[in-house]
Design a protein around this ligand. Structure first.
Ligand code: SAM
Length: 190
């Protein structure tokens, strides 16, 4: 057999956590791959809230969704994920079953614009309260770029100290590779 690569494992977890009609979050929209994936999982009756601070990400993702006829299922927010409670309100808050954050910089974009530990953690704290029981938050942690190590270390400290009464936290990591490959953290709300 072949072990699931990190991004494949992220998808597998989300496929298992998210049903048609569910509410989901893409915390880092980027080029829209995860937003499209989540939009397919939630079906016509579900919804994806997707966040990015870069205009370029919104344009690229909007175009992808239009091509796939998925735009009605998605709200693309041009704002930081740390503001997510401003955008996800009412009956959708508390009903989120799946979320993904692909951290780091926008592939093909400005490599100096990266996710930062303080805003990522602020976002996770708000999101955790809005998750449904057994909902899953997947973090794909890239740490090979300048600034990546600091975010990794702060995030690891944060997730390792989440109360085990509130969450199960998993690390999925290929441990014999060179060049700082990304690894995955999954947080299951109990
Ligand atoms: N998931 C994306 C995809 O499918 O292409 C890749 C995401 S990329 C690795 C990281 C993205 O996070 C960048 O587009 C960057 O602009 C965005 N970002 C950085 N800080 C952010 C913040 N505070 N809130 C939301 N997005 C942020």
């Amino acid at each position: 057999m072949k072990l699931d690569r990190v991004l494949d494992f992220a998808k597998l977890l989300l496929e298992r956590a998210v049903q048609q009609g569910d509410i989901t979050v893409d915390g880092t929209m980027g080029n829209g791959h995860d937003t499209v994936f989540l939009a397919q999982l939630v079906g016509e009756t579900g919804h994806v809230y997707s966040f990015d601070i870069q205009e370029q990400a919104i344009h690229t993702t909007a175009n992808k969704l239009e091509t796939e006829h998925l735009q009605k299922r998605c709200t693309l927010v041009h704002d930081g994920h740390e503001q997510l409670d401003t955008y996800i309100t009412g009956e959708h808050a508390g009903k989120i079953t799946g979320a993904i954050y692909n951290l780091g910089y926008l592939p093909g974009g400005d490599k100096s614009i990266i996710t930062q530990a303080d805003t990522t953690i602020a976002s996770l704290e708000k999101l955790f309260d809005m998750m449904a029981p057994e909902g899953i938050i997947v973090l794909v942690i890239y740490h090979g770029h300048p600034g990546g190590e600091a975010e990794r270390d702060a995030l690891m400290h944060y997730v390792q100290n989440l109360s085990q009464q509130k969450a199960h936290v998993l690390k999925y990591d290929f441990i014999n590779q060179v060049h700082s490959p990304p690894f995955l953290i999954a947080i299951e709300k109990r």
